[in-house]
Design a protein around this ligand. Structure first.
Ligand code: NAP
Length: 313
């Protein structure tokens, strides 16, 4: 029997930021705001210390209230938390970047973010409409700003102390390389969809070589079909190591060196998703070599339009 160790307080050092990011994070993409507030509070109470937010999720104010309540109860301090948020596509123009972060900070009731990410590399028509569309229903992109220009505006936010690090999200390896080549302040993290059906080994390898944390979203495949938690390889390992399939998928993510964001409105899932410990090496190999299913559940990386795409058939 291998000696299993807990991942509950595991962190990844930030080579391009200050300190470290907790490996186990909780996401705030929850449509129902009452459920979101309750879930975020439970997540903080069970021990999650990384909270992932975004202007687009419309839950920053909910997360702000949940954090405030937990701070006031005295169990968690601001400095114990690592809070991320994201610049939406319609705010890529340089002059819109700082006001967008300031608005996020107001909603979150915070003075600074631990990391601010460009939500996607796609610039949309600037304005308050998150999802501008033309007459054919196609997204209206903005050719008046480049990703490098937006990145430079993000760098200035670090200079001003409004965020302690900056990063990218929903981006391909090719585009990460473009920013790495042009950056004065390197991306601290890259947030992408990542799970046993989309392991992103090449991107992980590049990130690790360049001191960038890969922050995996949808580590349980967003609960969509085919379910990662129903995969025969994952289920067999779960039975062998006396863990749930979700715990196996999350432990695999941490053990291979990514940070991870999970989300649930079920208090029991929230609690067990935080009770993660290391897997035997043979289980890590089985997941890498024994799973051949390859699925991307969220097409945001292709178009900048956020959302999980229901699979037909
Ligand atoms: N950068 C981006 O574009 C982007 C896109 C998507 C998400 N994200 C971030 O990543 C976070 C996580 O994404 P996600 O929601 O797709 O994560 P996920 O953890 O892969 O999926 C959540 C789904 O899994 C279910 N689930 C959670 N724990 C479970 C368990 N122990 N057993 C069985 N089912 C379980 C949940 O249902 P229950 O509620 O019933 O537990 C929910 O339906 C988001 O909140 C957001 O912060 C970022």
């Amino acid at each position: 029997m291998h000696p299993s160790h807990s991942f509950q307080s595991a962190t990844l050092p930030l080579a391009h930021g200050t300190g470290a990011i907790p490996a186990l994070g909780f996401g705030t993409l929850i449509a129902d705001h009452v459920a979101a507030r309750q879930a975020i509070k439970v997540a903080l109470e069970v021990g999650f210390r990384l909270l992932d937010c975004a202007e687009l999720y419309r839950t920053e104010d909910v997360a702000g209230h949940a954090m405030r309540e937990v701070f006031e109860s005295g169990t968690v301090r601001r400095e114990d938390l690592f809070v991320t948020s994201k610049l939406w596509n319609s705010n890529h123009r340089s002059e819109r970047v700082k006001p967008a972060l300031e608005a996020s900070l107001r909603r979150l009731q915070l003075d600074y973010l631990d990391s601010y990410l460009i939500h996607t590399p796609f610039a949309f028509q600037p304005g308050d409409d998150h999802n501008p569309r033309d007459e054919q229903g196609k997204p209206i992109y903005d050719s008046g700003v480049t990703l490098v220009e937006t990145w430079q505006a993000m760098e200035r936010l670090v200079d001003e102390g409004k965020c302690r690090s900056i990063g990218l999200s929903d981006i391909t390896l090719e585009k990460v390389k473009e920013i790495v080549a042009a950056a004065r302040i390197m991306p601290a993290m890259v947030q992408v969809e990542c799970h046993p059906y989309l392991p992103e080994w090449e991107l992980l390898d590049f990130c690790q070589q360049n001191g960038i944390v890969l922050l995996a979203f949808a580590p349980l495949g967003h609960g969509m079909e085919p379910k990662v938690t129903n995969d025969p390889v994952i289920k067999a390992i779960a039975e062998r190591v006396h863990k749930t399939p979700a715990q196996v998928a999350l432990a695999w993510a941490v053990q291979r060196g990514t940070a991870v964001l999970t989300t649930s409105t079920n208090p029991e899932h929230i609690r067990t998703n935080f009770e993660i410990s290391s897997l035997p090496e043979d289980a890590m190999r089985e997941i890498r070599d024994g799973i051949t299913t390859n699925i991307r559940f969220n097409a945001v990386v292709e178009t900048g339009v956020a959302g999980f795409v229901p699979r037909v058939g």
